[in-house]
Write a protein that binds this ligand. Structure first.
Ligand code: ZN
Length: 124
C-alpha cells in the first residue's frame, strides 16, 4: 500500500514492472520507455504518458497524489494505470497522424478505456 506522497521502492518497482510487462505484451519493444513518479496535487491526474513517436521514446509518470481521496494505492490500481498508459503508447503512431486537439485526445482516451475494460475482463 502507498500512502500519500510516500513511495516505497517496492511500489515504484511494481508500477515499472507492470509498465514493462504490458509494453512487452503489446510488442512495443521498439520503444524506449522510462517510468517516473511524482506527487502533484495541483492538477487532478493519476498517470500520464509523454510520447515521441519519431524517436521511439516515452516517459510514463505516475502521480501518487491521485490517492488523496482514498488515502492508499493498491497493486490493482497501479496495474490498471500501467496498462492504461501503455495503451496510450500503443496508439501513439495513430495519434501522431492527427492534430493534437482536446477532441482527439478525448476520442483516444475513449478507445483506451474500452481496451482497458476488455483486457481486464470487465467486458466480455
Ligand atoms: Zn487516458
Amino acid at each position: 500500500m502507498v500512502r500519500l506522497g510516500e513511495w516505497t521502492k517496492q511500489e515504484m518497482s511494481y508500477f515499472s514492472e507492470r509498465v514493462y510487462y504490458w509494453q512487452e505484451k503489446f510488442g512495443l519493444l521498439d520503444w524506449q520507455v522510462e517510468t517516473r513518479y511524482t506527487y502533484d496535487d495541483k492538477d487532478d491526474w493519476g498517470a500520464k504518458c509523454s510520447r515521441d513517436p519519431e524517436n521511439r521514446c516515452a516517459v510514463i509518470t505516475f502521480n501518487s497524489s491521485c490517492a488523496k481521496h482514498s488515502k492508499t494505492i493498491g497493486k490493482k490500481y497501479l496495474n490498471t494505470c500501467a496498462l492504461h498508459e501503455v495503451l496510450h503508447l500503443l496508439l501513439a503512431d495513430l495519434a501522431h497522424l492527427s492534430p493534437a486537439t482536446s477532441s482527439n485526445d478525448k476520442y483516444e482516451h475513449q478507445i483506451v478505456r474500452r481496451l482497458e475494460a476488455y483486457i481486464l475482463g470487465l467486458v466480455r
